[in-house]
Design a protein around this ligand. Sequence first.
Ligand SMILES: Nc1ncnc2c1ncn2[C@@H]1O[C@H](COP(=O)(O)OP(=O)(O)OP(=O)(O)O)[C@@H](O)[C@H]1O
Ligand SMILES: [Mg+2]
Length: 329
Amino acid sequence: MLVAVLHDLVSQEDAGPDHKDVLVQAEAVSIALRELGYDPLTICASLDFSALTKKLKDLRPSFVFNLVESVEGHGRLIYLPPALLDCLRIPYTGSGTDAIYMTTNKLAAKKALRNGGIRTPHSFSGKDLEQAPAFLPGPYIVKSVWEHASIGLDEESVKIASHPGDLLARIREMEARLGTDCFAESYIEGREFNLSVLAAEGGAQGLPPAEIRFEEYPEGKKRIVGYRAKWLEGSFEYQHTVRTFDFPPSDHALLQSLSDIAVMCWSLFDLRGYARVDFRVDAGGTPWVLEVNANPCLSPDAGFAAAAARADLPFTRVVERIVQDTEGL
Ligand SMILES: Nc1ncnc2c1ncn2[C@@H]1O[C@H](COP(=O)(O)OP(=O)(O)OP(=O)(O)O)[C@@H](O)[C@H]1O
Ligand SMILES: [Mg+2]
């Protein structure tokens, strides 16, 4: 049975490690699909939809394993390939077009979270700040509305803002640097957790919670999992942000509530296949959802595969469960 493994078009020369990572995912998923008896073929999604449509019509895959994270470098176009697959009536793994759009647009996702009764840090778009809103001075982090993988995030992204004008200037500066819309979010000092969720018979299974610990961070150094921590192996941040699944009993109630919230996010956004919810927990022990990742990274060394391994689920079983949750298959 032929399966098209669809991923971003990646230039071997120019692409950064965050972008090349999708090729690692495509390889790992293809190996698992072969073990499951499928015949995987990797294909790329660019903005040339005529060529992609022709390819898919010629190949007639039974389904598409959708690994697309961006189209021609634009995270905000991530929903286009699944929208095309909807039109062509080809089943695809993971979340549907609407869920992908809603979760990739961090401002829309935060509004939906708030409406769903789930705490997410307070935020301002540039437009909000132009309208002289009620403002709470304090630490804010400025980040991209649409990008993932901590693109553009470093310690400079966190600043104390005393009035809306400060923050608006920071947003506009970052937008000019990244070439994409940015927004400001209240910075939550505290612990960081990732909760992976996998489709299960009749619902979703919260996988073991992971904490990212900031080890030997000097006093005053901002504790964020920025671009260096995720991708630059030689950096201090990469080497001192450590994922752990080991917790004292005193954390058990917190971990249960993180898992419950992650499964609530799954229902709220109508997610499918697999997802990962990123949290910060403040000094008072309150969890705040930073973002919901539909179709999170499936690299063998990334958080999802690590959480599955912790639950004794080999990667092939993960891929099998994702395929089983494919709508229309
Ligand atoms: N409001 C916040 N308070 C504290 N830290 C934050 C906040 N927002 C982001 N961060 C830090 O920045 C990191 C990246 O933020 P976020 O998860 O929103 O971005 P992303 O680029 O979409 O990440 P991913 O690679 O998970 O898709 C977080 O893991 C966290 O360390
Ligand atoms: Mg994140």
